[in-house]
Design a protein around this ligand. Structure first.
Ligand code: AMP
Length: 385
C-alpha cells in the first residue's frame, strides 16, 4: 500500500472515532494561523496551535497573548518542526479531535513527503496534491493539461535569448531565484559551465503585472435552482475569495538604488523573497477568463489525483495583450489571504466578514452537519485526507 493510502486510510479510521460535537481545528502557529484561528472561532470550533519550544522570537507568548480573538484553547509545544510527525505528538492531536490545516509553513517545515507518508491526523484538503504542486514537472503537466498558458520552459542555458528567471529546485518563497538576460550572464552567475538541469528550472521571465488570486473549491456544496451558492466547477462550486500582490525583496524596490544595469555592474542582483502582501483587485473584464482557468484547474486535478478541495492560488502575470500566464499554483491557503480577515472586495459579494480561514471552517462545519444528518461518512472523504 502506498504511503498516502496508508496514512489516509488510517486518518479515516481515526476520524470515525472523533467526537463530532467537539471538533478542533489545528495548525502550526505561523503563516495564516491568526485568520484560521479567528475563522474557526467564528464558526464555533475549538482551536489548537502548535509552537516550537524555546524559539528565540517567543512565538508562544505572541500566539497566546497578542490578539485575544485568535488565542487557541490548546497549545502543543514541540522541540523541532518534524517532531509533529512523532506518534506521541500525533496522538495528542487526535485526543483533541483535531482536523489539521496544512498551510504553507506547515508543509515547508514538516515536509510534503513526510506529510504524505507519515502523518495520519485527519487533514483538511487532499494530500495527494502536494507532489503535484511542489514538483515543477508535475505542476506543468497539471496546469498545461488544463489548457493554461505557462511561461516558456528554457531547456538549457544555451537557449537563453531574453529575460529568463532561474528557479533553483527546492528554493522556497523565491529565495535564490535569479534573473538573467543572456547565456553568458547565466554562466557568470553560476560560476562557470557547470550546469545540472536537475537543479534548475529556467523559464521565460514574463513581462506584465502580477496577481495572486485566492480561490476556494468546494466539492460538497452544490447549486440548486433556488439556491445559487457559487460558480459551478467540478463536482461543486468555485469561489474567488480575494487577490493580493506579493511584496518581494529586493526586486520590488531595487530601483531606488539605481538602474538595474548599474546595480548589476556593481554585482548587486535582485532577489524574490516574500516580505508582505498587498491587497488588489483586477480589472473586472479579466475575471471571467480567470474563473474559466480556475475551473479547468479544478477539473484537471479531479482527473489526475482526486481533486483540490479547499483553498488554492493561481499565481500569474497578466501580459500587455491581456493573457494570463500562470507561473505557479499553491494548492492550499496562502499568506496572501491575510489582508482579508474581515472579507475582501470579492468575498463581500458572497458573505459578510468572510476570510479564507473562516470559509475553510465553514466547509468542515457543513460536512459535519451533512454527515450527522445522513449518517454517511463518505462526505468526509471529499474534503479530508
Ligand atoms: P514562485 O516561487 O514560482 O511563486 O516565484 C517567486 C516569484 O518570482 C513570483 O512571486 C514572481 O514575482 C516571480 N516569478 C516567478 N516566475 C516568474 C516568471 N516566469 N516571470 C516573471 N516573474 C516570475
Amino acid at each position: 500500500m502506498s504511503g498516502y493510502k496508508k496514512t489516509t486510510e488510517k486518518a479515516y479510521e481515526i476520524l470515525r472515532d472523533y467526537d463530532f460535537n467537539n471538533l478542533t481545528i489545528g495548525t502550526i502557529c505561523s503563516h495564516s494561523f491568526l485568520q484560521i484561528s479567528k475563522g474557526a472561532k467564528d464558526e464555533g470550533f475549538k482551536r489548537l496551535g502548535i509552537v516550537v519550544r524555546n524559539t528565540p522570537d517567543k512565538k508562544k507568548k505572541f500566539y497566546t497573548q497578542a490578539f485575544r480573538e485568535t488565542i487557541p484553547e490548546h497549545i502543543i509545544e514541540v522541540d523541532y518542526d518534524k517532531e509533529i510527525l512523532k506518534p506521541y505528538i500525533q496522538e495528542k492531536l487526535i485526543e483533541k479531535n483535531t482536523i489539521i490545516l496544512a498551510h504553507g509553513s506547515f508543509v515547508e517545515r514538516v515536509g510534503g513527503k513526510e506529510l504524505l507518508n507519515k502523518f495520519y491526523v485527519p487533514t483538511f484538503g487532499n494530500k495527494r496534491a502536494l507532489p503535484w504542486e511542489s514538483d515543477r514537472k508535475l505542476e506543468r503537466k497539471w496546469l498545461e493539461g488544463a489548457g493554461l498558458s505557462m511561461p516558456k520552459k528554457i531547456k538549457s542555458p544555451d537557449e537563453i535569448k531574453g529575460p529568463a528567471i532561474v528557479k533553483k529546485h527546492g528554493a522556497k518563497g523565491g529565495k535564490d531565484f535569479f534573473v538573467v538576460k543572456t547565456r553568458e550572464e547565466f554562466y557568470k552567475r553560476k560560476g562557470g559551465k557547470k550546469y545540472d538541469p536537475e537543479n534548475f528550472d529556467i523559464q521565460e521571465f514574463v513581462m506584465g503585472t502580477r496577481y495572486y488570486p485566492h480561490f476556494f473549491y468546494s466539492p460538497i456544496q452544490k447549486n440548486s435552482p433556488k439556491n445559487i451558492k457559487g460558480y459551478e466547477a467540478g463536482k461543486g462550486i468555485l469561489l474567488l475569495m480575494s487577490i493580493d500582490r506579493r511584496d518581494e525583496t529586493t526586486i520590488d524596490e531595487v530601483q531606488r538604488l539605481g538602474s538595474i544595469r548599474e546595480l548589476e555592474e556593481a554585482n548587486i542582483h535582485p532577489t524574490f523573497v516574500v516580505t508582505g502582501n498587498v491587497p488588489i483587485v483586477m480589472r473586472e473584464s479579466l475575471l471571467p477568463d480567470l474563473f474559466c482557468k480556475a475551473e479547468a484547474v479544478v477539473e484537471k486535478a479531479e482527473e489526475l489525483f482526486g481533486g483540490i478541495p479547499g483553498a488554492f492560488c493561481l499565481e500569474g502575470v497578466e501580459d500587455e495583450n491581456l493573457n494570463y500566464i500562470t507561473f505557479e499554483i499553491s494548492a492550499r491557503i496562502v499568506a496572501g489571504t491575510n489582508p482579508y480577515i474581515r472579507g475582501s472586495p470579492y468575498s463581500d459579494f458572497i458573505a459578510k466578514n468572510l476570510s479564507t480561514g473562516r470559509r475553510i471552517a465553514q466547509e468542515i462545519k457543513f460536512a459535519n452537519k451533512k454527515f450527522k444528518k445522513e449518517n454517511n461518512f463518505d462526505i468526509w472523504k471529499e474534503i479530508i485526507s
